[in-house]
Design a protein around this ligand. Structure first.
Ligand code: NAD
Ligand code: UGA
Length: 460
């Protein structure tokens, strides 16, 4: 089937960037990205490209070229479902907060609502592509909803999970390690797979497009994230061991990573991984394993999250102990709030948990992040802890404004700009004794120490 018109439901961190690339590389295909969130669509249509709802290096120039050529953003979901040959479902799949599987299972209510809406509106045959990360066998559920609510239209379901990482999304989309497409083995199923292969083939070498059955594709996405997170928890657990033994985690990490069988990626110790997906996808994997009574398997994967929580707590507890022991001012200057550099996304950022622990211990915080605003910081904190007083949280639009009122700086996101600061000048202006708690091992430990800072990194 030749695809002329695509609709993507969900204009978030995945839908927006992914569809921008598809539209850029396939100028003959009309791509409509739709969302029920009016503010978000308005921002995607903003003439000021700094106002796009997603910050990703390289995104705005692609949007600028393709928007209103063959890339459109709209809230008219029904109209664009009706017109489309292929519909991507790219909506959020958060952890359930109530009902069966609460706290673990993925909440599929948004995916299911999309399936129902597609069924109700469609008049012509369509290929439905699961872009959201979902539990294995979700495509079966989607098919059930579609066929139960519309028997006149033929729907083919594909799984095409997204592997982009935030901050490098455009590069990941431009040169993906692989594109994964799962489909039914039937003739129609394989035709649908081929339609999607053709779209990606506009820029991805065919050898990097992997086609599998539906369940393998769905499960591979969850497990790829679990493997990546597992490496971070492994190295973070060793950072604590390094602190007890005198080994240096940076040296250990390098030594391990030089083994070509292990590789060096995802071995950077940190205050804990964040982001919207690692935690929720592992919780979901644990839930799936438990629901099949695979207790040992579930426990194995859950340990990744236990270590991650432990790393956040032990880092913030170190700051609290240091302040109390040395009778320092009860205030910490936090550098970085996003869950990683080069994104404005703060979901599950370690910074939120570190700040929460400080606030609970009556330590004030002053936050600076180059891409995150005051409103977002407040929202993140209030969602976690309703009791915090806004008097305890301050924000700086320049990083070095409030130095004289505290002794401690905590680096929580690995923004490059932090490395380029004039640390001598910062030392001059900060209260003494001065401490840097580097939750990313970002700064040059020896340089900071030679300036006069007490430098506390991880695993060294
Ligand atoms: P997001 O929250 O940024 O965007 C989802 C959007 O879907 C929201 O704007 C929401 O308003 C919209 N939406 C929900 N239900 C809708 C409906 N019925 N009709 C119209 N719009 C609707 O989420 P995201 O980060 O883009 O993630 C989407 C999916 O992709 C998730 O399953 C996630 O696990 C997966 N994923 C995310 C990333 C990432 O880096 N963020 C990477 C790979 C995969
Ligand atoms: C991750 C995966 O890398 C993507 O492949 C996947 O598509 C995506 O999740 C998803 O499904 O949402 P993302 O969360 O955007 O991408 O960013 P990562 O680069 O994976 O970083 C996640 C967290 O781990 C960040 O907080 C980062 O700082 C931390 N991290 C990463 C470390 O602490 N150490 C490392 O060595 C690498």
């Amino acid at each position: 089937m030749k695809i002329n018109n695509i609709c993507c439901i969900g204009a978030g961190y995945v839908g927006g960037p992914t569809m921008s690339i598809i539209a850029q590389k396939n100028p003959h295909i009309i791509v409509n990205v739709v969302d029920m969130n009016h503010d978000k669509i308005k921002a995607w249509n903003s003439t000021n490209l700094n106002n796009l709802p997603v910050y990703e290096p390289g995104l705005s120039s692609i949007v600028e070229k393709a928007r209103n050529r063959n890339l459109f953003f709209s809230t008219d979901v029904n109209k664009h479902i009706k017109q489309a040959d292929m519909i991507f479902i790219s909506v959020n799949t958060p952890t359930k907060i109530s009902g069966e599987g609460k706290g673990y299972a993925a909440d599929l209510k948004y995916v299911e609502a999309c399936a129902l809406q597609i069924a109700k509106v469609s008049k012509t045959d369509k290929i439905i592509v699961e872009k959201s990360t979902v539990p294995v066998r979700t495509s079966e559920k989607i098919k059930e909803i579609l066929t139960a609510n519309n028997s006149n239209v033929n729907f083919q379901i594909l799984s095409n999970p997204e592997f982009l990482a935030e901050g490098t999304a455009m590069r990941d989309l431009e040169i993906p390690d692989r594109v994964l497409i799962g489909g039914e083995k039937s003739k129609e199923g394989q035709k649908a797979v081929q339609s999607l292969v053709d779209i990606y083939s506009a820029w991805v070498p065919r050898t990097n497009i992997l086609t599998t059955n539906l369940w393998s594709s769905e499960l591979s996405k969850l497990t790829a994230n679990a493997f990546l997170a597992q490496r971070i928890s492994s190295i973070n657990s060793l950072s604590e061991l390094c602190e007890e033994t005198g080994a240096d985690i940076e040296e250990v990490s390098k030594a391990i990573g030089m083994d070509s069988r292990i590789g060096s990626s995802f071995l950077k110790t940190s205050v804990g991984f964040g982001g919207s997906c690692f935690q929720k996808d592992i919780l979901n994997l644990v839930y799936i394993a438990r629901s099949m009574r695979l207790e040992k398997v579930a426990d194995y994967w859950e340990q990744i999250l236990i270590i991650n929580n432990h790393q956040r707590n032990r880092f913030s507890n170190k700051i609290i102990d240091c302040i109390n022991k040395n009778k320092l001012l009860h205030k910490v200057l936090i550098f970085g709030w996003a869950f990683k550099k080069d994104t404005n996304d703060t979901r599950e950022s370690a910074a939120i948990y570190v700040a929460d622990n400080l606030l609970k211990n009556q330590i004030l915080i002053d936050v600076y992040d180059p891409k995150v605003d005051k409103k977002q910081v407040k929202l993140d904190l209030s969602q976690l802890n309703n009791d915090y007083s806004s008097k305890m949280v301050n924000f700086s639009d320049t990083p070095t404004k409030n130095l004289s009122s505290c002794n401690v700086i905590a680096i929580l996101t690995e923004w490059d700009e932090f490395k380029n600061y004039d640390w001598k000048k910062i030392y001059k202006n900060i209260r003494k004794p001065a401490y840097v708690f580097d939750g990313r091992n970002l700064l040059d430990m020896h340089k900071l120490k030679s300036i006069g800072f007490n430098y506390i990194g991880l695993g060294r």
